[in-house]
Design a protein around this ligand. Structure first.
Ligand code: SAM
Length: 296
């Protein structure tokens, strides 16, 4: 029996530390050890790996990650969870660092680098649903590339997971799919039913693994963001119309890429958007760059 097995059941931890779930913090706790173990194994093997976990809460997934051999840096915004996490930390000296703070505001790559270890760094988390997409966009926008992590293994609402892996022609294919698939190979690993959480969310969740591409198709990311924002911002319109948001006359973009001006955003592959972004970067080189459009 390991020191982790001697920890009290998570329900007791939640009761003792008065961790009643707060919606504002996206709290849906996973208390089923079979499922936390399944997620940790999906992220594994974890021997010699430093895992950055966002939102450990009462520490169910944290325990599973430690049991699989990881060293964990856990970033938690809810101060009420810190004592519960300290109880885990005491059982595994030197293997769990708890950082109190907002994962959106902290530089997680710097935290991982400071922790040292020298081995691979992986991000594994049951994400708070209200900040899951901005966190993912931040990780996929990391510079330099390849990034500071070797994989992201993340739980999202199923609807977000589907947007990440969507392909052209799918009605949820959009900016998130293009960014995700340009920089990584995403895969939905498995679903988790609402009943597995306390409290149960309204929708099914999915665990997604994103493995960074060593060499994404070369392209300036700001140009890719502008092209996808303009194209999907008016997804029913033909590109010859929607791309006028970026340049008065988009004809050179179609000539440079061979993409039909009558095509619509949802028909364009990731490679097609990369080509359009490179053509846009060429077209505006030396000219004032249009203002960045809002995030998806
Ligand atoms: N990992 C735990 C589990 O699986 O049971 C809890 C997951 S719960 C869906 C999301 C967690 O993220 C909560 O513990 C919440 O307090 C935390 N959280 C919410 N916003 C955060 C933020 N901005 N930075 C860090 N943690 C945050």
């Amino acid at each position: 029996m390991s020191a982790l097995d001697e920890l009290p059941p998570l329900r007791d931890v939640i009761r003792r530390h008065e961790l009643s779930a707060r919606k504002s913090l996206g709290q849906n706790f996973l208390l089923d050890l079979n499922l936390t173990g399944k997620i940790a194994r999906a992220a594994g093997p974890l021997d010699g790996v430093t895992v950055v976990e966002v939102g450990p809460g009462p520490g169910g997934l944290t325990r599973a990650l430690l049991a699989e051999g990881a060293r964990v840096i856990a970033v938690e915004r809810d101060a009420r969870a810190l004592d519960a996490l300290a109880e885990i930390s005491e059982r595994v000296p030197g293997r769990l660092e708890v950082v109190a703070g907002d994962a959106l505001a902290l530089d997680l790559s710097a935290l991982a680098a400071r922790a040292g270890g020298g081995g691979p760094v992986r991000v594994v988390a049951n994400l708070p649903y209200n900040i899951a997409t901005p966190l993912l966009i931040g990780w996929l926008s990391a510079e330099p590339w390849p990034p500071w992590y070797d994989a992201l293994v993340l739980m999202f609402q199923r609807e977000v997971a589907e947007r990440i892996v969507a392909t052209p022609g799918n009605k949820v294919y959009g900016r998130l799919a293009v960014l995700s698939q340009w920089r990584s190979e995403p895969k939905i690993l498995f679903d988790i039913a609402p009943s597995a959480f306390v409290p149960p969310p309204k929708v099914t969740s999915s665990v997604v693994r994103l493995v960074p591409r060593a060499k994404p198709l070369p392209c300036p990311q700001p140009a890719l963001e502008r092209v996808t924002a303009a194209a999907f911002g008016q997804r029913r319109k033909m590109l010859r119309q929607s791309l006028k948001m970026l340049v008065a006359d988009p004809t050179p973009l179609f000539e440079a890429t061979g993409i039909a001006p009558t095509a619509r955003a949802e028909e364009i592959s990731v490679a097609g958007f990369v080509a359009l972004a490179n053509a846009l970067a060429d077209a505006v080189r030396g000219k004032p760059v249009p203002a960045a459009l809002p995030q998806p």
